[in-house]
Design a protein around this ligand. Structure first.
Ligand code: FES
Length: 82
């Protein structure tokens, strides 16, 4: 059984330029430091068509808007440590 949670970061040009470039690193480090590789499938996604509300991060079935690196960590902590 694969019970990994999909964590998708928008790699569309708008989100990427507005912070996701850095957030990628922060999330990758977080999953590594917390040994979450077995629980998290972290990967990039195409533009979600919601650029104005970006940067966008999707965790499981939930899309989060206006996510910077700090907010991304809060979301992941709540999901995987909470
Ligand atoms: S670039 Fe992220 S929603 Fe368009």
């Amino acid at each position: 059984m694969n019970s990994k949670t999909d964590v998708v970061i928008c790699l569309g040009s708008s989100c990427f330029a507005r912070g996701n470039k850095n957030t990628i690193k922060v999330i990758a480090e977080y999953t590594k430091e917390n040994n979450l590789q077995d629980k998290v499938h972290f990967h990039g996604g195409h533009c979600f068509g919601e650029c104005a509300r970006g940067p966008i991060l999707k965790v499981g079935d939930t899309i989060y808007y206006g996510v910077d690196d700090i907010k991304a960590l809060e979301i992941l902590r709540e999901k995987f440590e909470g």
